[in-house]
Design a protein around this ligand. Structure first.
Ligand code: SF4
Length: 391
């Protein structure tokens, strides 16, 4: 039987660094971008799935569920570069009908023309994840985004005209100085554009970002307090649900049938192989992450050497913990049967006490063979998940 596998491609380039961003990405020139694309194509075509065991599963056949080109800003690539990357993926994994597979590309509204979008659709991309973040131009400027609200609307419109029928839009809430009406304005504008999927995150000030420096120097407008942030999440959820979007994961909403297949794989421990500098993979019971070093990556691949990476062998205990706290992010929670099939014992044998305590505290519900967070549990999800760590 074929094993399901997802493919992730990392493009570590952006036009300019956003002030809140701690992802592995940086501006690049033509030469570096071309060299990186060539290395990526070579890695996809020639490198083993598991660096430490080159023979691993090479003869096995995978059922590719999804391909995700993320970053960074993948839409800084030239169309022919994206085409060469996709061709390598299709050849390597024997994808003959890309339409059967969810193939997503992240795009930044400031980097695509209607012609680019048309070409991407023709190349086989069938889902877009559009980093809009806000529909208020002053908020976009504060975030350091390169686009305006009008650019975002134009990109969505052009994407639909190019034939994209599966579009996700990202928003960030709890921005510095943001009021509730300003936040809801963005949520409502997002819904008015009728994307099939909306992701809504709350801003986290990450160390080392421009925002972290501004906060330290008291130059950042005041952040919404915890109560306001929670109210934003409630109002957003209510509005999206009234408009047909179901919250299927803590930060993700979709119209029926449009849950992200790729991200659902991460929450259900599906195997994935990441290609490119900084990309992570989970193959068999090994998780490995390529070093976040673009030039080092290009050098290693050009020399046909092993790509520097950190490797972690997951134990049964690690996998059980991840199964629970990633699975509980989803509205439908985790399945008792899946747990038993994966680990050969019942979830109660391992987590019986935790489940009883959390159910009594109103944080989870167990019903129909599934374990799910309650609304209150979702509000304090980090605290709930921490309980699933095994000693
Ligand atoms: S576009 Fe995305 S990846 Fe690039 S700097 Fe901005 S937030 Fe980071």
């Amino acid at each position: 039987m074929k094993e399901p596998l997802s493919v992730y491609i990392h493009i570590p380039f952006c036009v300019r660094k956003c002030r809140y961003c701690d992802f592995f990405s940086a501006p690049c020139g033509d030469t570096q971008r071309k060299a990186y694309t060539a290395a990526l194509v070579r890695e996809i075509r020639e490198y083993p799935l598991l660096p430490e065991d080159p023979a691993y599963a090479e003869s096995g056949k995978y059922d590719i569920v999804s391909v995700y080109i993320g970053g960074g800003t993948p839409s800084v690539l030239k169309t022919e570069e994206t085409e060469s990357i996709l061709a390598a993926v299709f050849d390597r994994f024997g994808i003959t009908d890309p339409g059967q597979c969810e193939i997503t590309m992240e795009i930044n509204p400031g980097t695509v023309t209607p012609e680019d979008l048309h070409a991407l659709r023709q190349a086989g991309i069938n889902r877009l994840s559009v980093g809009v973040q806000s529909f208020n131009d002053s908020e976009l400027a504060l975030l350091g985004r390169i686009h305006t609200a009008a650019d975002a609307c134009a990109a969505l419109d052009a994407a639909k005209r190019a034939g994209f029928e599966n579009i996700s839009l990202d928003l960030i809430g709890a921005l510095p100085g943001q009021t509730m009406p300003e936040y809801m304005y963005s949520v409502k504008r997002a819904v008015s554009l009728k994307p099939q999927h909306i992701s809504v995150y709350s801003l986290i000030i990450e160390p080392g970002t421009v925002f972290a420096g501004m906060l330290e120097e008291n130059r950042l407008p005041e952040l919404p307090d915890e109560d306001t942030e929670r109210q934003m999440a409630y109002d957003c959820q209510r509005y999206l649900e009234e408009n047909g979007y179901r919250r299927y994961e803590i930060s993700n909403y979709s119209l029926p049938g449009y849950m992200s297949r790729h991200n659902t794989g991460y929450w259900t421990l599906r195997q994935y192989r990441g290609f490119g500098a900084g990309a992570s993979s989970l193959v068999g019971e090994t998780r490995f992450t390529a070093a976040a070093d673009t030039d080092g990556y290009i050098r290693a691949v050009n020399a046909g050497e092993k790509i520097p990476c950190t490797t972690e062998h997951l134990t049964q205990k690690d996998r059980m913990e991840e199964f629970m706290f990633l699975g509980l992010r989803m509205r439908d929670g985790v399945s008792r049967t899946d747990f038993e099939m994966l680990f050969g014992c019942s979830v109660d044998e391992v987590y019986g006490n935790v489940l009883r305590r959390q159910e009594e505290n109103g944080l989870i519900i167990c019903c129909g063979g599934r374990i799910m967070l309650t609304d209150h549990g979702t509000d304090v999800s980090n605290r709930v998940m921490a309980e699933f760590l095994l000693d």
